[in-house]
Design a protein around this ligand. Structure first.
Ligand SMILES: *[C@@H]1O[C@H](CO)[C@@H](O)[C@H](O)[C@H]1NC(C)=O
Ligand SMILES: *[C@@H]1O[C@H](CO)[C@@H](O)[C@H](O)[C@H]1NC(C)=O
Ligand SMILES: *[C@@H]1O[C@H](CO)[C@@H](O)[C@H](O)[C@H]1NC(C)=O
Ligand SMILES: *[C@@H]1O[C@H](CO)[C@@H](O)[C@H](O)[C@H]1NC(C)=O
Ligand SMILES: *[C@@H]1O[C@H](CO)[C@@H](O)[C@H](O)[C@H]1NC(C)=O
Ligand SMILES: *[C@@H]1O[C@H](CO)[C@@H](O)[C@H](O)[C@H]1NC(C)=O
Ligand SMILES: *[C@@H]1O[C@H](CO)[C@@H](O)[C@H](O)[C@H]1NC(C)=O
Length: 705
């Protein structure tokens, strides 16, 4: 109710800055200049994305009382161009705030009920209806007479008769979906995030909900937004390394052909995001929807168990029922006299993705178990050592090591997920060395365990493909698409943060930004309907006049400084792919947000050997607030038919987003560089790079123009 001041600032009443505790200049060190942030306090998921009467509404999970999660309410902002945002009063304030909160308003969506099916309309006003998850901290009897348990999640509705400014909760009957279906009654604490939309052929509303722990979506239908009937369920499929949240379901035409419409399910996953990330991520599944049931296309599903390459020599598959010692692994600590287990251990979420019947799982006496397992010595004779791994993320304490002469030469760790994924060590430079493999668990706290299976030697690396990822970076979550737009216009926004460290990022007095709004479409790539994304801001209005635009027939190996270019940038980089038979790094890219001494830098580039685009934020500025933050993120990207690779890179005061190719690959990352980190530099590693084109444009603030 109190954040009106920004509006005043936008109107140019700058005097408020000096006098109001609510004021924000939008010039703080890490303040995004063209990504939405609330003036202050905590924000997470986008909610209720609705285009109505020429206005894009953005509601969002918001704590009016501080910069960490709590007192969850629905904040609200509006825009006419998805670029300039105007802060609005809180739409749904946590009930009982601030003294004794009895209901929080978790994620959900909103629709314009133009046919007044709900009966909420009056005096000719179209009701906007929001459906959200009510979270009840206390057991209580509600005004509707319905009883809820402590910490229950149930689904409620609210409506607005003034185009979204003020909202009335439907207390007469809320929650309109009280409990999960009887067979899932034990999931009462993990039933959430309704995504509602109108399905014209049956003239019904559809609500898609998640049974988070079970990796299931439930689909409900209703004629009036009040009385809901369960129609079907979907899942689990593909990535299941963490809870399923914030589902979305909507149609898109394939290749712009309105006679070939597919349905697109988008699902948040936390943890268990894309390979190489820790924490949250967003996956999608393409399929069909008939008004009741969503069916995935076969080519949108992954079996989950990628087999090792056919030339593999299996070193250890942990299938035996004997003790580790009898399987020739030397145990220490609590692992003495223990054996491989299956994936179902009391007190642990199911371990998934292992091969055969058993694996190493150090969650024995819960996370308290510690010890090591050391293999017999072997001679390295193939290029890669491949293995399946999951469990705690800690390179020292829940890890697998390759040791030569007692020294750790390679290490790998889990991703705070139980879902095993393939990891590989390239050991081509270690041929003929005698080595041992050691599995270590010296951690006892949360995620103080490690799961390992199927250690094998091969001349190729194995990668798990378990999902279609909307974004391959660590900072794109809980994405939602707009209701109220035509079929050919699918716009989505994600939360540009990650539950792994979301509450620790060094921003103040706000925490979290939204991604650039993205236009989604489906394009056939390699025979498969594939998500393609384009950033949608009205760039013309926020780009400063004269940018840099240069072409080079060839860029020599080495680096090329571009000097100080700024902190908010729109960059386009294109270059020819390179043949790479040779060993060693072979990369081309751009360093952004660098200090003149390059001590701080963020690298965005392409690896010609692995055909991957990457963002390396390991030296991006303040990376110390979370041990998983300094890292490099990779995503597959093929060159186009002309052998060119194109990267569109969007840099803001605390983020870098890359759209690769035609938008089939994106990576979103936050960074926290110092104010002086304004330099850029081109790099070409392992050879020269041909047909290079670089365009750099400065972006001006959306908050003062
Ligand atoms: C807060 O509200 C709950 C539910 O109405 C009630 O049980 C509890 O006693 C209240 N606590 C305080 C401190 O008022
Ligand atoms: C909507 O339905 C309600 C309940 O039937 C009715 O009272 C109201 O007049 C309707 N409003 C509009 C705008 O049609
Ligand atoms: C709710 O909808 C179902 C299915 O359409 C119907 O059978 C039932 O009577 C409705 N209940 C109420 C209270 O309207
Ligand atoms: C896994 O092992 C436990 C303990 O040995 C056993 O009770 C359980 O039935 C096994 N589960 C499966 C799926 O094999
Ligand atoms: C791992 O151990 C090394 C060397 O002892 C230490 O420098 C590093 O900080 C440790 N890392 C973590 C995540 O504990
Ligand atoms: C490894 O040993 C084999 C067999 O002795 C030999 O042919 C090969 O050249 C050695 N490779 C390296 C890289 O030393
Ligand atoms: C980095 O951010 C953390 C969290 O805000 C803060 O405690 C720390 O002092 C910062 N470090 C530097 C070097 O600024």
């Amino acid at each position: 109710m109190v954040i009106q001041v920004l509006k005043a600032l936008l109107l140019g009443l700058g005097a408020f800055q000096a006098v109001s505790a609510e004021s924000s200049t939008y010039t703080e060190l890490y303040r995004p200049q063209y990504h939405f942030t609330p003036p202050k306090n905590w924000m997470n998921d986008p909610n209720g994305l609705l285009y109505h009467k020429g206005i894009y509404h953005l509601f969002y999970q918001y704590n009016p009382g501080g910069t960490t999660w709590g007192a969850i309410s629905w904040g609200h902002a509006t825009s006419r161009d998805l670029t300039h945002w105007e802060q609005q009063p809180i739409a749904l304030l946590a009930r009982g705030y601030p003294n004794n909160i009895t209901e929080m308003f978790f994620s959900g969506s909103a629709v314009a009920d133009v046919d007044n099916t709900s009966g909420f309309g009056h005096s000719g006003k179209t009701p906007l209806v929001a459906m959200y998850t009510s979270y009840y901290p206390y057991a209580q009897t509600l005004p509707s007479g319905k009883k809820v348990q402590a910490n229950q999640q149930a689904q409620s509705i609210a409506y607005s008769l003034d185009d979204g400014t003020t909202w009335t909760t439907y207390d007469k009957a809320n929650p309109v979906i009280l409990d999960p279906p009887a067979q899932y009654s034990d999931q009462i604490l993990n039933f959430r995030d309704p995504n509602i939309f109108w399905y014209k052929p049956t003239k019904k509303w559809i609500a898609v909900l998640s049974l988070a722990e079970l990796h299931k979506l439930l689909i409900y239908t209703s004629k009036d937004l009040k009385n809901w009937t369960l129609a079907s369920e979907f899942g689990p499929v593909n990535a299941v390394g963490g809870v399923w949240e914030c589902p979305n379901l909507f149609p898109m035409s394939v290749d712009g052909d309105d006679n070939n419409v597919k349905w697109f399910a988008m699902i948040g996953l936390n943890p268990g995001g894309p390979p190489g990330t820790i924490g949250s991520g967003t996956q999608y599944v393409v399929g069909n929807f008939d008004g009741a049931t969503f069916t995935a296309d076969a080519d949108s599903l992954f079996s989950g168990t990628t087999l090792p390459p056919s030339d593999s020599i299996i070193f250890a598959d942990f299938e035996g029922t004997e003790t580790f010692a009898d399987l020739d692994w030397t145990p220490t600590g609590d692992l003495i006299n223990q054996s491989p287990t299956n994936g179902t251990v009391p007190g642990q979420n199911p371990v998934t993705g292992y091969l055969g019947k058993r694996l190493v799982n150090t969650f024995l006496n819960g996370d308290a178990t510690t010890g090591t397992l050391t293999s017999k010595p072997f001679t390295i004779a193939k290029r890669y050592i491949n293995f399946l791994i999951s469990g705690g993320y800690n390179l020292n304490d829940t890890a697998i090591h390759l040791k030569i002469d007692g020294q750790i030469i390679r290490s790998a760790t889990g991703t705070n997920s139980e879902n095993l994924v393939w990891q590989s060590w390239d050991v081509s430079s270690l041929q003929n060395h005698t080595a041992v493999i050691q599995i270590v668990d010296s951690a006892t706290g949360g995620w103080g365990h490690i799961n390992v299976d199927e250690i094998s030697f091969s001349d190729s690396a194995v990668r798990s493909q378990v999902a279609n990822w909307v974004d391959w970076g660590p900072d794109f979550y809980a994405a939602q698409a707009y209701n109220g737009l035509a079929l050919e216009k699918r716009l989505a926004i994600g939360w540009m943060n990650n539950w792994q460290y979301g509450g620790l990022i060094p921003t103040t007095p706000w925490r979290s930004a939204m991604s650039i709004p993205r236009e989604f479409s489906l394009t056939t790539i390699n025979g498969k309907a594939t998500l393609v994304q384009a950033p949608t801001e009205s760039w013309g209005s926020i780009m400063s006049g004269k940018g840099l635009d240069r072409s080079f027939l060839s860029v020599d190996e080495g680096t090329k400084s571009i000097g100080s270019v700024g902190k908010a940038l729109k960059i386009k980089l294109s270059f020819s792919d390179r043949d790479t038979a040779a060993a060693g790094l072979s990369q081309f890219g751009i360093i952004v947000r660098a200090t003149p001494d390059l001590k701080q830098q963020t690298r965005v580039g392409y690896d010609f050997a692995t055909k991957e685009v990457f963002i390396d934020r390991s030296r991006s500025g303040n990376v110390s607030f979370d041990s998983t933050f300094p890292d490099t993120y990779h995503a597959p990207l093929a060159s186009n038919a002309r052998g060119q690779i194109t990267l569109q890179i969007y840099v803001d005061w605390s983020s870098v987003e890359v759209f690769g190719g035609q938008g089939e690959t994106t990576i979103s990352t936050q960074i926290f560089p110092s104010n002086g980190a304004t330099n850029a530099e081109i790099f070409s590693i392992g050879g020269n790079t041909k047909n290079v084109h670089v365009e750099i444009n400065k972006i001006i603030s959306t908050w003062d123009n």
